[in-house]
Design a protein around this ligand. Sequence first.
Ligand SMILES: Nc1ncnc2c1ncn2[C@@H]1O[C@H](COP(=O)(O)OP(=O)(O)OP(=O)(O)O)[C@@H](O)[C@H]1O
Length: 289
Amino acid sequence: MSDNALDVKGLSATVGGFKLQDINLSVQKGTIMGLIGENGAGKTTLIKSILNRIQREKGKVFFHGKELVGNEKAIKAKLGVVFDENIYPGSYKPKKIYKSFAPFYKGNYEKRFFELMERFKLDPNKKFIDYSKGMQVKFSIVMALFHDPDLIILDEPTAGIDPVARTDILDLVLDIMQNEEKSVLFSTHITTDLEKIADFITLIDRGRIVFSEQKDELLDSFAVVNVEESAMTDTLRDNLIGVKKSLFGYTGLSSDKEVLNGLSGIKLARPTIEDIMVYSNEVGGDIYD
Ligand SMILES: Nc1ncnc2c1ncn2[C@@H]1O[C@H](COP(=O)(O)OP(=O)(O)OP(=O)(O)O)[C@@H](O)[C@H]1O
């Protein structure tokens, strides 16, 4: 059995005029991988091609070491997915939706289904269409989790919902991760959510992976650098990624903080994931030498 819950190897796919190019990505068992990227970067397309919902031009995808093709039933029984679009009939009540999906899985999960409904305070007597946006997302999460999957793929589950509902969702993901066998691929552009829960971060930009790194190592390896106007030099400018004019001079990102530390007119700050995403975007994703 592989130590990785998911391995994507050399995957390329095209939808419309958009290309996913040579994607390599792994999610280690027992970890949360955050997949970030601006709108249109290719997160949903990547997830769809991982799940074989989009035809691949090349590449292979392995779930716990097994390819989806040829093992689809066994793999999907242990996979929970929240898509970024609604797939449930609006006129159905929760139990009817559960009953239409339950036959895909071996075992009776009704008890767990209602426990998850209760955890998210979802009214079982309302039709899906009468749930608020946040409740619909929570219901989609219940549907992805009732059969106790080992790998959970969440495509923007916290987009467009309020902070309280987002926290409920993140707390549930963290509870699930108490079990070391579980793994999560979590796509979002709300990078603060990943600061709370992710172990690894993958940045995708225009259909390519910019980096896929351990979160703390990533945040440790960069600094946001504030440079007073008078302290700016050509050498310093060359050292900064995505340098921009700011109120007090210039701001940029650097991977060379040891060199910069202690120089006068310069202040270093720990970056957020958002800083790394925004500055790398300024230079077309190319933040590594
Ligand atoms: N079926 C399709 N036909 C044509 N173009 C498509 C199709 N699906 C996606 N695209 C294009 O592929 C690109 C990537 O879209 P995708 O939805 O994967 O991005 P994303 O990173 O998930 O964005 P967002 O954060 O806005 O959801 C976009 O330019 C989109 O217009």
